[in-house]
Design a protein around this ligand. Structure first.
Ligand code: PEP
Ligand code: MG
Length: 325
């Protein structure tokens, strides 16, 4: 198996019917970076910047942040890296940041909510990203966006920092793209308003599933209770893919489901052409894609999405078996 994946490394992920699928890795620490080469990935679809903050004993200073982000961009060697701004709160805790205890931390003061209320931290981070990406392309995305105005305000902060650096004669990125993570269900119904303002979106299916089912993603009693391969979740994702196409905005998915072959097969059937996953999954997912006929899985999926099943996993497994995927 490992050998087979190594042989696929330098080949692009293309389905039997010629659909090119972009496969990126999720990363967050410098030790993750060699995987980009090893796996033959197209880029980093989700760089979780909070990991550097979570393993530090105090807020990383500007210089440390710039150094960190530069090292990431160096390692990516021209391939796109999507930096997610700090996603703190709920399951992501900073030991040195005193936070009031919350009744419902997953629904609490976290991620972009915190960043917009106390912008100093995010402005520092954005400045560090802009500096690190001088002369290169910069991709930034914001976590937990729940309404259009939050994205608009976050994007304004990028512009403020860009102007600040420009006035001081700093070398700026050759391009700046800003995107929103789609992981709060409210955003599903604001896509006509949101998509004209973003350069891309990335579906965070871990949180999206948690919030769609109102089911804690880390609760042991609830693990497996709801299935991402339910018509509910898949229809939500299809809606985003369709709207992205209508507005000509690239859509990626960076939740854990992208790294599981059956789930990835369904995502391609929904029309996704860019997915991002844990590095170890790239080989198996690429092998699956090279045996898959995207049009056929789309055809098989369409009627299943109209059902009221708990999960369409069995039907998708039967499809995979019958078509030798
Ligand atoms: C997600 O929510 O799907 C996601 C990719 O982000 P995280 O797992 O870091 O919350
Ligand atoms: Mg998330």
């Amino acid at each position: 198996r490992q050998e087979q994946y190594a042989r696929l490394r330098d080949r692009p992920a293309v389905t039997v019917d010629g659909e090119r699928i972009k496969l990126s890795i999720n990363a967050g620490l410098l030790v993750d970076l060699p995987h980009l080469e090893d796996a033959g990935a197209d880029g980093i679809g989700l760089f979780r910047t909070e990991l550097q903050f979570m393993i530090a004993s105090a807020f990383p200073r500007m210089g440390e942040q710039v150094e960190h982000y530069s090292a990431v961009l160096d390692a990516a060697n021209g391939r796109p890296v999507v930096f997610r701004s700090l996603d703190i709160g709920a399951d992501k805790v900073l030991p040195y940041l005193r936070q009031a205890k919350e009744e419902n931390p997953a629904l609490g003061w976290r991620a972009i909510r915190m960043a917009l209320d106390r912008p100093a931290l995010m402005k520092l981070q954005l400045r560090a990203l802009l500096k690190a990406a001088g002369g290169r392309d910069l991709w930034v995305m914001f976590p937990m966006v729940a309404e259009v105005d939050e994205f608009r305000r976050a994007r304004e902060l990028i512009e403020e920092e860009r102007l600040f650096l420009e006035r001081r004669g700093h070398r700026l990125p050759s391009s700046i793209r800003a995107g929103a993570m789609l992981e709060v269900p409210s955003l599903l119904w604001q896509l006509d308003q949101l998509l004209p303002l973003v350069d891309f979106v990335s579906i965070g299916s871990n949180d999206l599933v948690q919030f769609l089912f109102a089911s804690d993603r880390d609760h042991p009693r609830l693990a497996g209770r709801y299935d991402p391969l339910s018509p509910t979740v898949l229809r939500a994702i299809r809606h985003v893919v369709d709207m992205g196409r209508r507005h000509d905005v690239p859509v990626n998915l960076c939740g854990e489901m992208a790294g599981r072959p059956l789930e990835a097969m369904a995502l391609i059937g929904l029309g996704l052409r860019s997915i991002s996953m844990t590095p170890a999954a790239i080989g198996p997912i690429k092998a699956m894609i090279m045996k898959l006929h995207a049009g056929e899985v789309a055809g098989a999926l369409a009627p299943l999405l109209e059902t009221a099943e708990h999960s369409i996993r069995p039907q998708l497994m039967a499809f995979a078996r019958e078509h030798d995927v």
